[in-house]
Design a protein around this ligand. Structure first.
Ligand code: MN
Length: 214
């Protein structure tokens, strides 16, 4: 049966939360709705998490009913489903799970440590250069999509732009950190000022959680 072989076990490990699509389950936020203020408001969380993500979760649960994907984890669907509604909704569920669980209450001077910090220095030269490239990818992305920091199959950190529901996981890279630049991610708090939103996000990143995805 599809999604029941041993390869699937390996694929389940990207997110720390196992979401049951069939039970229409939402990933849990590790902070209260106002916990990211003033950078991301409670109202944005209410809409972005409470309405947009909930819609993707509900759509996916409905779409997979009676298909070969019914017993799959979202990671498995993103890796293997053909382009179309199931793939798009699974992509948004996986992306938003990684997105919302990578944040914590704002903290200045918040930086990666240990092996992850070493990898950033090795592959980008410095933490500041990695941030600059990530901001450039997010700000320069045309239309709706995501900027990603991921670990390539040959073990190198890389930054990529993905349109719509794209995730580097589709090409075998391990997704670590993401910036959502669909307008719904920032329009309530920043209106059209995408660059201001992107540059404001750094104090929110929970680097321990991000490094745990390596
Ligand atoms: Mn979003």
């Amino acid at each position: 049966m599809y999604c029941s072989d041993s390869q699937s076990e390996k694929l389940r490990t990207i997110t720390t939360q196992n979401i049951s699509i069939m039970k229409n389950e939402m990933p849990q936020l590790p902070y209260p709705a106002n916990g990211l203020e003033p950078i991301i408001s409670a109202e944005t969380i209410e809409y972005h998490y409470g309405k947009h993500l909930q819609t993707y979760v509900t759509n996916l649960a409905n779409l997979v009913k009676g298909t070969e994907y019914e017993q799959c984890e979202v990671e498995e669907i993103v890796a293997s489903a053909p382009d179309g509604g199931i793939y798009n909704n699974a992509g948004q569920v996986l992306n938003h799970t990684l997105y919302f669980t990578q944040f914590a209450a704002p903290r200045q001077g918040n930086t990666p440590v240990g092996r992850f910090a070493e990898l950033i220095n090795r592959d980008f030269g410095s933490f500041d250069e990695m941030k600059r490239q990530m901001e450039d990818a997010a700000i320069g992305l045309f239309g709706s999509g995501w900027a990603w920091l991921s670990l390539s199959v040959d073990g190198k950190l890389q930054i990529t732009k993905e349109s719509n529901a794209g995730n580097p996981w589709r090409n075998g890279s391990k997704p670590l950190l993401c910036i959502d630049v669909w307008e719904h991610a920032y329009y309530i708090d920043y209106r059209n000022r995408r660059a201001d939103h992107v540059k404001a996000l750094w104090p929110l990143i929970d680097w321990k959680t991000v490094a745990g995805r390596l």
